[in-house]
Design a binder for this molecule. Structure first.
Ligand code: ADP
Length: 309
């Protein structure tokens, strides 16, 4: 079983507007409402790849119940810790005429120490059945910055690979727990090393330095430029063909799912990197976030070149 962790899920509400103006009353069609959170997207893609992931994290209030019912409808297994405060709602206003997207992201509920401890105790039970763990996204209020490090150490002690996709301080602290793999995009890697830009060689150097601290692999996603997979004695570059992009939101999550799926199947690292890229690409070719098509993934796999650097 693959466990996906989403500590700060959200109801994502998206409105389409054709002439969005500040300071005006505007009437819009009903918004579309989805169960959001990067780890939930990872689960969706894993399901499309034929896996049965278990989603966990924190959910509370009516929003939390709504997310659970949506996951049930989508056929996704879940085991969330019930919290006292309400799960957040995030709002996006998409203006097709101006080509703008305005987002209001709530910071989310406060998690108490007792709720966090309950999560860690439930997680240690889930670990007994886990083949692989993924954790994605930001941390809710109240959660200590080193939570991903603690989760990683628990996974390492149980010999279960832990894959981490986060940014900023949560990544900085998370790395200290020596995750099996981290997946920064280029911007997140730049932020980690405190630079505005990085050349390919500098990215490889930065990833190697991270590996020296005990992380086994660093997967740097590079959008339409493909991806780099760096380990202690491995540097692989995936070059990808141009594709018709419709919506690249969620491509990083889809990439994580592709990598988790391939690792679970014990494919070699070149093949794992191809699966990761193909899933990210397939998602970018769909309008819906966290959607891939297996036949497209299989076709894309044949078009990705992986070279050893
Ligand atoms: P994130 O969403 O975390 O920023 P990326 O944008 O780097 O991650 O996307 C992850 C992967 O998805 C890329 O490595 C690539 O394989 C694929 N992908 C994303 N955007 C594009 C694009 N515009 N064209 C082709 N592939 C893409």
């Amino acid at each position: 079983m693959i466990i996906t962790i989403t500590l700060n899920p959200a109801i994502d509400v998206s409105y389409q507007s054709h002439h969005f103006q500040l300071n005006k009353v505007q009437r819009v069609a009903n918004g579309s409402k989805t169960a959001g959170g990067k780890g939930l997207n990872v689960s969706r893609v894993l399901k499309q790849l034929g896996c049965e992931p278990l989603c966990t994290g924190f959910l509370g209030g009516h929003s939390g119940s709504w997310i659970k019912s949506r996951l049930n409808q989508e056929g996704l297994d879940h085991s969330f810790i019930e919290i006292n405060e309400e799960t957040r709602t995030c709002l996006a206003i998409i203006d097709n005429q101006y080509g703008t997207q305005t987002e209001l992201l709530e910071e989310g509920p406060f998690i108490t120490i007792a709720e966090k401890d309950k999560f860690l105790s439930e997680f240690s039970k889930m670990l007994e059945k886990a083949k692989l763990i993924t954790a994605s996204g930001s941390l809710p209020k109240g959660i200590p910055l080193d939570i991903y490090s603690e989760i990683s150490e628990m996974a390492n002690a149980s010999n279960v690979p832990f894959i981490l996709d986060t940014s900023g301080k949560a990544l900085e602290y998370g790395i200290q727990g020596r995750p099996f793999l981290i997946k920064p995009n280029k911007e997140e890697l730049c932020q980690y090393v405190g630079k505005q830009e990085l050349t390919m060689d500098e990215m490889i150097d930065a990833a190697k330095k991270i590996c020296e601290t005990g992380v086994q692999y660093v997967l740097v996603s590079l959008g339409k430029e493909g991806a780099l997979l760096v380990g202690h004695d491995t540097v692989l570059l995936a070059e990808i063909p141009e594709i018709p992009v419709i919506n690249p939101v969620g491509s990083g999550d889809s990439m994580l799912a592709g990598m988790a799926y391939a690792l679970k199947n014990q494919y070699d690292f070149k093949t794992c990197l191809k699966w990761a890229c193909a899933c990210g690409m397939s998602n970018a070719m769909e309008a819906k976030t966290g959607e891939i098509h297996l036949h497209k993934v299989q076709e894309l796999l044949t078009k990705i070149d992986v070279t050893v650097l």
